[in-house]
Design a binder for this molecule. Structure first.
Ligand code: NI
Length: 166
């Protein structure tokens, strides 16, 4: 296993679109292991492959307090969203130390494949629903700050550039 570098906003590589996973092989298992280790080490509750420069539709999530309930979603698709929406204070490993309110559908039903390539469906609410939607946005090149006002986004960009300026 290896720790992967997490890209930080506004890195342009965060805006690339991931491709579907087609081979469910050892190389995929090793990517998922590395992503999980990177997420736990960060620490975070979710990580999308785009954030670690892997342009494949893979997300890992663990919202448990015990940090031992890894959920892996390969090629996830949202097949249903609730009409009701809800605001949550979101954060992101690619935007360190910044949190803000984002409004999203409260519940979603997702269809994805597991590491063996088998399809499963899951209905999520609460933080799991937020996390799945947030991570799936990453796979299409979208970072949560893009839901905020242009002014807030400009401030965040400025802060991040200062922080990572060497
Ligand atoms: Ni994120």
């Amino acid at each position: 296993m290896a720790l992967l570098e997490i890209l930080c906003y506004p890195d342009p590589r965060l805006h690339k679109t991931a491709r579907p996973v087609q081979k469910f092989d050892a190389s995929l298992r090793s990517k998922v292991d590395d992503m999980a280790q990177t997420m736990y080490e960060a620490p975070g509750i979710g990580l999308a492959a785009t954030q670690v420069s892997i342009l494949e539709n893979i997300i890992v999530i663990d919202i448990s307090d015990s940090r031992d309930e890894l959920q892996v979603f390969i090629n996830p698709e949202i097949i249903w969203k609730s009409q009701e929406s809800k605001s949550w204070r979101e954060g992101c490993l690619s935007v360190p130390d910044y949190f803000d309110e984002v409004t999203r559908p409260e519940r979603v039903k997702v269809r994805a494949q597991n590491i063996q390539g088998e399809y499963f469906e899951l209905e999520a609410e609460g933080i799991l629903s937020v996390c799945i939607q947030h991570e799936m946005d990453h796979l299409v090149g979208k970072v949560f700050v893009e839901y905020l006002s242009p002014l807030k986004r400009a401030r965040i960009k400025g802060k991040m550039k200062k922080r990572f300026h060497t």
